[in-house]
Design a protein around this ligand. Structure first.
Ligand code: SAH
Ligand code: SF4
Length: 368
């Protein structure tokens, strides 16, 4: 066995964990804050460079811990400035991370699992099946890599102003590793993002939505995609476990915990499937007078998938129907088309995936 594998990877340790480790060495808690800054703000790749830590401590860290960032396989830059990284995640698998620069913000879209067990009908990640959860270090490692390599914004701010868990995987099915990752994202000594600028997107694992609301208080996006259970059962199979009424109750509980917080409902526009006027009306019935915003996502096709993208006119009409009913509705701009970096196209194409049968997938989802 590689002795390095027994060492703790500091990239995944939030402040409390670092303090505990340093206490074993008889060090004061403020050393943990220094370490966080070195690791996450200055992007240190080794202990030697941490020159304001005593030499003895650096040596002890060397024997007990590692700074083990993700292994980069490729980086592609789109004509529109979007960047996509592919990171090796073992056994011929990979996960993807996408950076989307805009005038007012820089959004990093990160992955939480290798593949996904939830098998949504229109998603390339779902089509590859579930492989494994990412560790906290692997989740944070994506942010660490992007933060180290992206140039600062023209106003001098760090490149990443927002992080969204909208890459590969279902973040709430990996809650155990998600929570400390969020802690690092919002820590002033690490990435210093406001909770509002960290968004967890979920297809609707209700008990975990409640937990997230109690423990993390970040922004929540919910992949609704259909306004009735019959259609949602088909598009988002987890709906059979947590149907729409139960899911929406959890959303309103979430919003109630945090005053003035809106929930974003994602709705992928599939031609002739969920994009009719009647669907817009049903959706408005569900969300009217609630703290809800709707984000329409033009479907991004991928090989072997049956669906087609709704036309621009249909999407506009759908959005206008929602607006006429008093809802805030926007349409997501598709970015990074030329490098397959758009929502739902992330599949970490390395080699053939291990497919997990649905029955196995469901038991994993429930036990996660
Ligand atoms: N598992 C989480 C987060 C990752 S997916 C979730 O489902 O919310 C991020 C968003 O991309 C979700 O809203 C998802 O439904 C959407 N998406 C998946 N496949 C897509 C596709 N082919 N075209 C457009 N959006 C897609
Ligand atoms: Fe998983 Fe989200 Fe894709 Fe559904 S849309 S299969 S939950 S990654």
């Amino acid at each position: 066995m590689n002795p390095a594998s027994q060492k703790q990877n500091l990239l995944g340790l939030p402040q409390g964990g670092l303090e505990a480790l340093l206490a074993e060495f008889g060090e004061k808690p403020y050393r943990a804050r220094q370490l966080l800054q070195w690791l996450h703000q200055r992007g240190a790749a080794d202990f030697e460079s941490m020159t304001d830590l005593p030499k003895k401590l650096r040596e002890r860290l060397e024997t007990a811990a590692v700074i083990d960032g993700p292994t980069l396989m490729s980086e592609k830059v789109s004509a529109d400035g979007t960047v996509k990284w592919l990171f090796l995640s073992g056994a011929g698998q990979a996960v993807e991370t996408v950076f989307i620069p805009e005038a007012a913000r820089g959004t990093l879209c990160i992955s939480s699992q290798v593949g996904c067990a939830l098998d949504c009908a229109f998603c390339a990640t779902g089509a590859q099946g579930f492989n494994r959860n990412l560790t906290t270090a692997e989740i944070v490692g994506q942010v660490n890599h992007a933060n180290r390599t992206l140039p600062r914004r023209s106003n001098g701010e760090a490149a990443i102003t927002n992080v969204v868990f909208m890459g590969m995987g279902e973040p709430l099915a990996n809650y155990r590793n998600l929570r400390p990752a969020i802690e690092l994202l919002i820590s002033d000594h690490a990435y210093g993002l406001s909770r509002r600028r960290v968004t967890v997107s979920t297809s609707g694992i209700v008990p975990q939505i409640d937990k997230l609301g109690d423990e993390c208080n970040v922004s929540l996006a919910v992949s609704l995609h259909a306004p009735n259970d019959a259609l949602r059962n088909r598009l988002v199979p987890i709906n059979r476990v947590h149907p729409i009424a139960e899911l929406l109750d959890a959303c309103w509980r979430y919003a109630d915990k945090h005053a003035r917080r809106f929930i974003t409902f994602e709705y992928v526009m599939l031609r002739g499937v969920n994009d009719g006027t009647q669907h817009a009306e049903q959706l408005a019935d569900l969300l009217n007078n609630k703290p809800a915003k709707v984000n329409l996502i033009p479907f991004n096709p991928f090989p072997g998938n049956e669906f087609k993208r709704s036309s621009r006119d249909t999407i506009e009409h759908f959005q206008n129907r929602l607006r006429a009913r008093g809802l805030v509705a926007t349409t997501r701009k598709t970015r990074g088309d030329d490098i397959d970096a758009a929502c739902g196209q992330l599949a970490g194409k390395v080699k053939d995936r291990i497919r997990v049968r649905l029955s196995e997938k469901n038991s994993r989802v429930v036990s996660a």
